[in-house]
Every structure is written in C-alpha cells, then in structure tokens.
Design a protein around this ligand. Structure first.
Ligand SMILES: O=C(O)CCC(=O)C(=O)O
Length: 310
C-alpha cells in the first residue's frame, strides 16, 4: 500500500506540499540514475533537455516509470481517480552556483483548474547542502503572484521567472530528500531552491500530474499520458506507450509535442510586448528548461527542446 494517510492528505491540503515520502530503495534510485546517465552519455551531442524530458514519449522504461503505483497512488489520493502525466522534467543541479528563484508553477503552465501535483523524485542525495526544494507553506491558498522574466545568470528556470516584490522567507520550509525519496507539491505553492554546495549532482526527476478534467488554456493540441483511471474529458491528446525505443514514430511525436509545449510555455500571456522581449539577443544559458536560440546538431531535437516546463 502506497496510499497517503488521512493526516498526510490534510497536511498537503494545509501546506501545499508533503515531504519526505519514501519511494524507491537506494538501489532502485541508483539504477535509475545509471539509466539516465547512460542516456546522457549516448546523446551527449544532442539537446539533453529535450532528450531527458522526452523520455516517457520515446523510451518504454520511462513510460512505465511514470505509471509506477508508488508514485501514482499518492498522487491520485490528491487528484482523484483519473490522472494524467502532463510532463517529465529534470532539475539537475550540478555542483556550483545555480539556483531556482521563488515562483509559482501555476502562473505560466496554462493548466486550469489548478488540480496539478508535482512528484519531485530524488535520484541522488538532495540533502540540505545540495539546494533542495524550499516551500512557503500554505501559499497555494493565497493569490497567484505577478512574476517577471529576469533571465538571471545561474537561474535554472528558463526565463528566470521570479515573483515580483519581496518574499517573506521567514516561513520557508526546506524539504531535503535522501536518494530515492520524493516530495509532492501543489502547482500554486511558492517555491525555490539554493545552490548545490556538494561535489555531486543533485538529480531531481520531476513528474507533473493533473486530473483528467484539467485543461490546457493556452494552446490547442497539448499532450499527456493517462496513468490512472479513464479520460472522459479528452482535453489532451494521448501519448501512447513507445513501441520502439527512440524509434522514428516516437521521435516524430516528441517533435510535435515539443512544438506545442513551446507555444504554451512561451505564449504572449507572459511576454505581452515582444519588442520588450528580453530574450532578444539572450545567449544560450544554463537553464534546465527551455533555452532559446540553441542550435544543437540535431534540429529535430532542437524543435522539441522546450517541451519541458518552466
Ligand atoms: O528542483 C528545483 O530546485 C526546483 C524545482 C521546481 O521549481 C519545480 O519542481 O517546480
């Protein structure tokens, strides 16, 4: 049984996050990390953002992983019986100064209503020195804040999205995780993370789930994977299990998915006046997520690079 207790559900509803939860054994997490890093080595000359985020579309083990009952059971306790995976993102914080600024995911994903939960899975140690997630408890019950695109150096968010104005950090709760543990957070909760001061990578496999009733309000044709129950709404096009790992059809679907997701995440809702778009002339940064103007050796991968998230 991997379902949440009544108390855990109440904690999540009160705070907007739940952490830590035991998920994988250390051996399982190490094996998953090895699978990821083998793929990173194999596709080192490609756009790794796209390769990693596209895994459930292109690679059977990743498709199976996002269906794992140990993740989907607790998620469905929060979202109900019919659940979609909207996105697999990777927040890999190498040792160094990169960080994530305070933001709310709900501000720019276009998903409505906000019945969206992230499972943040530690495939390496995410202890206090690695810059684990920190949350402002109960902020998911407050307003959606105005965010600006700062494109700040070292910010792992693609546009350096940052809540405008001062944040009262005094209530922030650090959510360190051991290898194989996960946290769950609500799409509206305010969160951030500090630099990784250790010698190892901090690898977060970040799975975004939503109820089947949730819509993509920014674009048509967004895609998702049904991981639990039935989809009687049809708001998303369904992504099938990969038949051939990184086969032609799977890569074609990844490109389509990437184009749609790019439109959703970079639509004018967030850049109302293109002449003021700070991305003009912005050089390729180190963001974990969408990077603009990148020219990889594989244009097809390039076109789907922005599928991930922030
Ligand atoms: O991994 C991090 O440090 C930030 C992750 C994040 O912002 C998210 O999962 O929404």
């Amino acid at each position: 049984m991997t379902h949440l207790t009544k108390n855990q559900i109440e904690d999540f509803e009160r705070d907007g996050f739940l952490s830590p939860l035991d998920l994988f054994s250390c051996d399982e997490a190490v094996a998953l990390r090895a699978s990821l890093e083998a793929i990173e080595r194999e596709f080192a000359d490609r756009n790794l953002l796209s390769v990693r985020s596209g895994l459930p579309i292109t690679t059977a083990w990743a498709w199976d992983l996002v269906h794992d009952a140990r993740i989907v059971d607790p998620v469905s306790d929060l979202l109900g019986p019919d659940v979609l995976l909207w996105s697999m993102d990777w927040f890999i914080k190498e040792p160094g100064s990169t960080y994530v600024s305070y933001h709310q995911d709900a501000t720019y994903w276009g998903l409505e209503p906000h019945d969206v939960v992230t499972a943040w899975v530690a495939l390496s140690d995410a202890g206090p020195a690695t810059g684990p997630m920190k949350f402002l408890p109960a902020s998911h019950r407050g307003p959606i804040y105005d965010q600006e695109d700062t494109f700040a150096e070292g910010n792992l968010l693609s546009r350096g999205q940052t809540i405008r104005g001062a944040i009262d950090e005094s209530t922030a709760v650090l959510a360190p995780l051991a290898t194989g543990q996960m946290s769950l957070h609500h799409v509206r909760v305010v969160h951030a993370s500090d630099p990784n001061t250790t010698d190892d990578r901090r690898i977060g496999m970040v799975l975004r789930y939503c109820g089947c009733h949730v819509r993509q309000t920014k674009v048509d044709g967004d895609r998702a994977i049904l991981v639990r129950g039935r989809d009687t709404h049809g708001h998303f096009e369904m992504i099938p299990r990969p038949r051939v790992d990184r086969g032609e059809a799977e890569l074609a679907l990844l490109r389509e998915y990437g184009r749609t997701r790019h439109r959703a995440l970079h639509s004018k809702d967030y850049l109302q006046d293109e002449s003021q778009d700070p991305r003009q002339g912005h050089s390729q940064g180190q963001s974990q997520e969408h990077s603009q103007g990148h020219h990889s050796q594989d244009q097809s991968q390039d076109q789907s690079q922005d599928q991930s998230q922030q």
